[in-house]
Ligand binder design. Structure first.
Ligand code: PNW
Length: 477
């Protein structure tokens, strides 16, 4: 095909953050060390039938013991930022009460190691590993969990706020609420639409209270954001019924979080569409104001787009919405919406490669939150990576995916969006939740028998982009 050669090189701002992202339960292992107690993901992954091959994060990629090697690899690649999450049950084993110093010390050492290599740490407070004791007390559907989160946020802010400038309250509250309590494919595996909407509100509240707690203990120069897996919802036609279906999914995927966080209100269309499930009476006076805290930035996680239409009658059974297999829908009140597979090439997750969706998402949030700096806090792809006879791992498909998505980010910046950084998911292969170790997102390959790390060709390619700030032509596969 004719590829138009760009006239000027595709260059990113010199202050751009080039990083990778990970999360605690997916990489750390060492689940019983230092007084750590089980999180809902320990319980879930140890429950037969919940994860592929019964995989658990017990060992994961042993990052807890190998973090120095992992930071050295990032430094060798020339990356200048790293997004990781703090494990709540490592810091506050029961989800309440005083902090465990051994737990905090691990993150202090990790932060020191990053800083000594010139890598900016970006801390996510909550990437899905709720202390099991808090779930036993009701979990996210209960208000108290949000209050507990605020206390945990204060503890971590106090311990790391002097050296960590960039903070993220929650990662993808959509997954926590609707995969955790709705379709049940994520921990804690509950399937209750009312519970999922209550969870969404209390995650929002946790975000607002968490920001207040962080600001009360941290230097004012630090920035606080949230990472949303906001969806780009496309329709099969402009038919009013299809547009209404898209509105419903947009509210349930995006507006339910950015509504209160950015605008201090839930979308009226969301309240109406869910009225047979909930009266939202757990939204107490003052909550919306608390949730609508000033944000310093917004994190967007993007993998693929969503294609919907109106359904004829109720849709039962598996749905092509790419959110795992469950007979329960993660979309409360949306039985009249049908999900379709976006045409095009797919990754190993079955997710269609749609870089235009990334451009659209960034432009949408530039308009939704004018003046708010944006970060891509996750983007990446799973492919079937094999170690060649020469010991190398060639992953041209991942390079092509990254190239097309970074091109979309660059195009959004050219169109006026204030994107300040990009965090590739993920640094290394890891525990991909319900899919276990079968799905590999890393630019570093893990041999699970030995836990040996091997740079894939995409890691070298991404390192060059990070060091130069220039997107090269994609090499022929
Ligand atoms: C995100 N979905 O997970 C997470 O933030 C990461 O921890 C994860 O490894 C990565 O994306 C790749 O999956 C998601 O079903 C899990 O829509 C599921 C969905 C979206 C994101």
């Amino acid at each position: 095909s004719e590829s138009a050669q760009p006239v000027t090189p595709v260059t990113f701002p010199s202050s751009f953050l080039w990083g990778t992202a990970t999360s605690a339960y997916q990489i750390e292992g060492a689940v019983r060390e230092g007084g750590r107690t089980p999180s809902i993901w320990d319980t879930f992954s140890h429950t037969p039938g919940k994860t592929a091959d019964g995989d658990t994060g017990d060992i994961a990629v042993d990052h807890y013991h190998r973090y120095r090697d992992d930071v050295a690899l990032m430094a060798d690649l020339g990356l200048n930022a790293y997004r990781f999450s703090v494990s709540w049950p490592r810091v506050q084993p029961t989800g309440r009460g005083p902090a465990v110093q051994v737990g905090l010390d691990f993150y202090r050492r990790l932060v020191d190691e990053l800083l000594s290599h010139g890598i900016k740490p970006v801390v996510t407070l909550y990437h899905w590993d709720l202390p099991q004791e808090l779930e036993d007390a009701g979990g996210w559907p209960e208000r108290d969990t949000a209050l507990r989160f605020a206390e945990y946020a204060r503890i971590v802010g106090e311990a790391l706020g002097d050296r960590v400038e960039h903070w993220i309250t929650l990662n993808e509250p959509w997954c926590c609420a609707f995969l955790g309590y709705g379709s049940g494919v994520h921990a804690p595996g509950r399937t209750d639409h009312l519970a999922s909407l209550r969870a969404a509100h209390h995650l929002n509240l946790a975000h607002g209270l968490g920001i207040q707690a962080l600001r009360s203990v941290m230097p004012a120069r630090n920035t606080i954001a949230v990472s949303l897996n906001s969806s780009v919802v496309r329709t099969v036609s402009q038919d009013p019924a299809d547009l209404a279906a898209a509105q419903k999914i947009d509210d349930l995927a995006n507006g339910v979080f950015h509504g209160p966080m950015l605008h201090g209100e839930y979308p009226a269309t969301l309240l109406e569409a869910t009225s047979s499930i909930t009266d939202w009476s757990y939204v107490l006076d003052g909550d919306l104001r608390t949730i609508n805290q000033r944000l310093d930035a917004l994190g967007l996680n993007y993998y693929t787009s969503t294609l919907v239409s109106a359904a004829d009658g109720a849709v039962k059974g598996p749905r092509a919405d790419g959110h795992g297999e469950s007979e329960y829908s993660p979309w409360p009140g949306a039985d009249d919406v049908a999900f379709h597979q976006t045409p095009g090439e797919r990754t190993r997750m079955g997710w269609t490669v749609d870089p235009d969706g990334m451009h659209e998402l960034i432009m949408r949030y530039s308009r939704e939150a004018p003046g708010l700096p944006l970060y891509i806090t996750e983007n990446g792809a799973a492919y079937e990576d094999k170690v060649d006879a020469d010991g190398r791992v060639h992953d041209p498909e991942r390079i092509a995916y990254l190239h097309s998505h970074l091109t979309a980010v660059h195009r959004a910046i050219a169109d006026g969006a204030d994107v300040r950084g990009y965090f590739l998911w993920s640094l290394m292969d890891n525990f991909e939740w319900a899919y276990g170790y079968a799905k590999r997102f890393g630019v570093i390959h893990i041999d699970y028998a030995t836990l040996k790390r091997t740079l894939k060709s995409s890691a070298r390619w991404y390192g060059q982009v990070a060091r130069t700030g220039v997107l090269p032509e994609v090499p022929a596969a």
